[in-house]
Design a protein around this ligand. Structure first.
Ligand code: TRP
Length: 326
């Protein structure tokens, strides 16, 4: 039997290159190797957006169209909506019985986000138990491999701890999942910070050629390279970090022409903008086509709900039995 690969995605807005090079690419590249689960986590979105939830549903459909257009293939990957699987909150409740508060309170993402998202009141039970909900997402199908970005590692650690605790209390049942980190978990935005919609430094998959060119032109290169004839240092250049992702084949050549000053930064940037745009061209075409057939898109969610719902029901009846609630 194939191992199970699973990842979740928060439907909070348009997708950008940071998303693509994070877990999405890993899901696409490994699609044939595993049995795949890719779902949109609207309950997780609600834990931070509960004051303004009206965009979650629309974002969810847009995200799903993005994923399909990028090459997530519904014949190989179960695509579904978290809130369609009612066994997930039930499992969250059971897991919350055995999760010490201290595991959640010391979770670095919890502390960090509470501090950073000051405009939102995150002193809620729902936000504190975000990692328990995520553990339930994973354990409900007993997934083996979880493609995530580095920022999610503490949540995965808590998932393993909960699984271990469950197994030692009630007998072995849950698999301890392992992460699959992408090579480039930290795609830099145009300002050199991590790419994020909220930092205003993102290149979106829906950007047109002109917008991409403008954004790439803003990227900071080697600050010591003032004149065209100054040799550059690709190892500290933001533009070059993109060449690493897009031009693996002749990376050495790309680095050399910077070091020996045979290409200027502007020309180098325009070349990169072209490469990025061409890599997205087919995507935008496919997206427009899929968007015209919403019945197809909703049908995929229905299929996912049915398939994953059955697995989830099996897990819950076993958990109920083990915990004495059957
Ligand atoms: N917390 C993840 C994020 O913000 C999304 C997520 C929810 C997830 N449940 C998951 C990722 C299960 C992997 C597996 O990106």
């Amino acid at each position: 039997m194939k191992k199970r690969m699973l990842t979740g995605f928060r439907p909070t807005g348009k997708l950008h290159l940071g998303h693509l090079h994070g877990n999405i690419k890993n899901m696409i590249e490994n699609q044939e190797k595993y049995e795949n689960f890719f779902f949109l986590v609207d309950w997780h979105a609600l834990s931070t957006e509960y004051q303004n939830p009206e965009n979650i549903r629309g974002n969810l459909i847009e995200c799903l169209i993005d994923l399909l257009s990028l090459g997530i293939d519904p014949s190989m990957t179960h695509l579904y909506r978290q809130s369609d699987i009612h066994e997930i909150p039930e499992l969250t409740l059971y897991l919350s019985m055995i999760t010490p508060l201290s595991w959640l309170e010391r979770c670095p993402t919890y502390k960090e986000q509470k501090k950073e998202l000051k405009s939102k009141d995150l002193s809620t039970l729902g936000f504190l138990s975000y990692p328990v909900l995520m553990a339930a997402d994973i354990l409900i199908v007993n997934a083996d491999i979880i493609p995530v970005g580095e920022d999610q590692l503490p949540h995965l650690e808590i998932t393993r701890e909960i699984a271990r605790r469950f197994n030692s209390l009630y007998g072995k049942y849950f698999t301890e999942p392992v992460e699959l980190l992408s090579e480039s978990t930290r795609v830099l935005g145009t300002d050199g910070r991590k790419m994020s919609k909220s930092y205003g430094n993102a290149i979106f998959l829906s950007d047109d050629a002109g917008t991409i060119k403008k954004k790439v032109r803003m990227m900071i290169t080697d600050p010591q390279r003032i004149k065209l004839s100054d040799p550059g240092r690709p190892e500290i250049c933001n533009v070059f970090s993109y060449y690493r992702m897009y031009r693996q084949d002749d990376l050495e050549e790309a680095g050399k022409r910077c070091r020996n000053a045979s290409i200027g930064c502007t020309a180098c940037k325009d070349e990169l903008a072209e490469i990025i745009y061409h890599s997205l061209e087919g995507f935008q075409e496919r997206r427009n086509k899929i968007k015209k057939d919403l019945d197809y898109v909703y049908g995929i969610l229905e299929q996912g709900k049915k398939y994953v719902g059955e697995i989830a029901a099996g897990t819950i009846s076993e958990v109920r039995r083990k915990m004495g609630i059957d």
